[in-house]
Design a binder for this molecule. Structure first.
Ligand code: UDX
Ligand code: ADP
Length: 477
């Protein structure tokens, strides 16, 4: 066997699902996922996993304590592994040089130092976390400068392209696996060994190899391109609202051009998640450092447009509610950054809620998967002057959508959870203050039906008129 023991440092949204699928597909490989957080590891070893991801429970149940292990014994796992994935978090720096833009590599660095300290045999070290271009070089420097034993390291870049909410499917049927390595005989051997793991379930032709820097840059570029499509369609949504065009019709019309394609053209309240903003900011920072200000400004605009969209949507709510939401109760349906995840990192719901709270609104929030403490935490920071107790006075968190809308003036849909589509809106209308408003930030509801019930409906990229609706609303999609 080429590789028999794999270790993954970091049991988060990337490391956990990725290693679970590797364990599922490679029954002869022992996979150990380690984390410095004892709480997180305890959750991975319990019935309630620390992250919600459709299909993940089944995979973990099948493999856990067979060939998949979750542990805090980082030393042991590093010692016995042939290959180590680094899947730690790389958040945007919140202080010092590159504040608000550069990726903070302190966790990657500390993982590399730990490996150097502990390793007693040759290791292939694989960066899975998104890192700036040339991070592999820094990891190699740290490993070489700190090594305790005379061991050989090969560093590979193997970015993860899974999206939350569809992670298991994305891992099982990946469009491509990208492996970047050094253009040397040893580098090629290391690439082949990692490729061998993926060949257990991914066709060989879908495993592509590049030099390390291309691989690192490809991850940033893929996320930048995806986010750019959303900002592009969101920019047009503003034009649609002003002209009477319908952004869904525009998206459909342009998406049918096979050169453009139909995916990632869903106009929304804005994109969120741990990757898009972080990776583009990182790209912008790198471009500035390379003295490429025009390129930096080009990508920065994708972020600026996203901020504009979130603010525009929030302001529209206030304007529609007679320019004041002070002491009005507003129900927020969905807090996660997208459906099928409990993750709230960079969720547009934070911007919407904070704007409404600043204007004096009382919020009633419901999300099927986000923990109440997480919502309070997200709305508390970085409100420096507001304590969690202050936020709690204005925010009520519900575990049922019908109680969240009871007696409120307006409903704001921030996440496209499927269950929101099937709610009994007649019942909801009866229980709300009048006039009753719905602001559909995800374009998932049947707007004509809602208007017929009596709601005032506002959505993204489309001017609605009572009993109106567009051509596409009337024919089955
Ligand atoms: C993204 C990339 O898709 C994935 O390949 C990478 O590995 C990590 O970053 P993720 O952030 O988990 O994945 O989810 P994604 O499905 O890309 O959605 C990101 C955000 O864009 C969400 O807030 C989503 O609601 C929004 N979005 C997506 C839109 O607003 N419109 C769309 O058409 C698609
Ligand atoms: P991602 O979305 O990139 O997977 P997460 O924040 O979900 O990011 O997970 C990263 C995990 O890495 C966290 O559980 C964190 O505790 C862990 N981690 C960070 N640094 C180290 C380290 N040096 N050793 C072990 N685990 C680490």
């Amino acid at each position: 066997m080429v590789i028999s023991n794999v270790c993954c440092i970091g049991a988060g949204y990337v490391g956990g699902p990725t290693c679970s699928v590797i364990a599922l597909k490679c029954p002869n490989i022992k996979v150990t996922v380690v984390d410095k957080s004892a709480d997180r590891i305890a959750q991975w070893n319990s019935d309630k996993l620390p992250i919600y991801e459709p299909g993940l429970d089944e995979v973990v149940k099948k493999c856990r304590n067979v060939n998949l292990f979750f542990s805090t014994d980082i030393e042991q796992a590093i010692k016995e592994s042939d290959l180590i994935f680094i899947s730690v978090n790389t958040p945007t720096k919140t202080f010092g040089n590159g504040k608000g833009r550069a990726a903070d590599l302190k966790y990657v660095e500390s993982a590399a130092r730990m490996i150097a300290e502990i390793a007693q045999s040759n290791k292939i070290v694989v960066e899975k976390s998104t890192v700036p271009v040339k991070a592999a070089e820094s990891i190699m420097q740290i490993l070489k400068a700190n090594q305790k034993h005379n061991v050989r390291y090969d560093i590979l870049s193997n970015p993860e392209f899974l999206a939350e909410g569809t992670a298991i499917n994305d891992l099982l049927y990946a469009d491509r696996i990208l492996i970047g390595g050094e253009d040397t005989t040893d580098g090629h051997k290391a690439v082949e060994k990692l490729g061998w793991i993926y060949q257990h379930w991914i066709p060989k032709e879908n495993i592509i190899t590049t030099n390390t820097w291309s691989s690192e840059l490809s991850k940033l570029a893929a996320n930048a391109f995806l986010a750019q499509r959303i900002s592009s369609i969101n920019s047009l949504s503003a034009v649609c609202e002003s002209t009477g065009a319908d952004v869904s019709e525009v998206a459909k019309a342009i998406g049918l051009d096979s050169r453009i394609g139909s995916k990632f053209l869903q106009a929304s309240v804005g994109f969120g998640g741990s990757c898009f903003q972080k990776d583009i900011l990182n790209l912008v920072y790198i471009c500035e450092g390379l003295n490429l200000p025009e390129v930096a400004a080009y990508w920065q605009q994708v972020i600026d447009m996203n901020e504009y969209q979130k603010t525009r949507f929030s302001q529209n709510i206030i304007e529609c509610l007679f320019n004041t939401v002070s002491d009005k109760r507003i129900s927020i349906l969905g807090f996660a950054f997208k459906k099928n995840t409990g993750d709230t990192r960079e969720t547009p719901a934070i911007t919407v809620c904070k704007t409404l709270l600043e204007e004096g609104a009382q919020l009633d929030i419901y999300d099927p998967k986000v923990e109440p403490e997480q919502i309070i935490d997200d709305l508390t920071h970085p409100f420096v002057t507001e304590s969690p107790e202050c936020v709690k006075k204005s925010v009520q968190i519900h575990n049922d959508p019908y109680s969240a809308v009871q007696g409120t003036h307006a409903i704001v849909v921030c996440t496209e959870w499927d269950e929101f589509v099937d709610l009994d809106f007649n019942r909801i209308y009866q229980s709300m203050m009048k006039p009753s408003y719905i602001f559909d930030g995800r374009k998932i509801l049947d707007h004509v039906k809602l208007e017929n019930i009596g709601f005032h409906v506002q959505t993204i990229g489309k001017r609605l008129q009572k009993n109106g609706g567009s051509f596409w609303d009337k024919i089955p999609q």
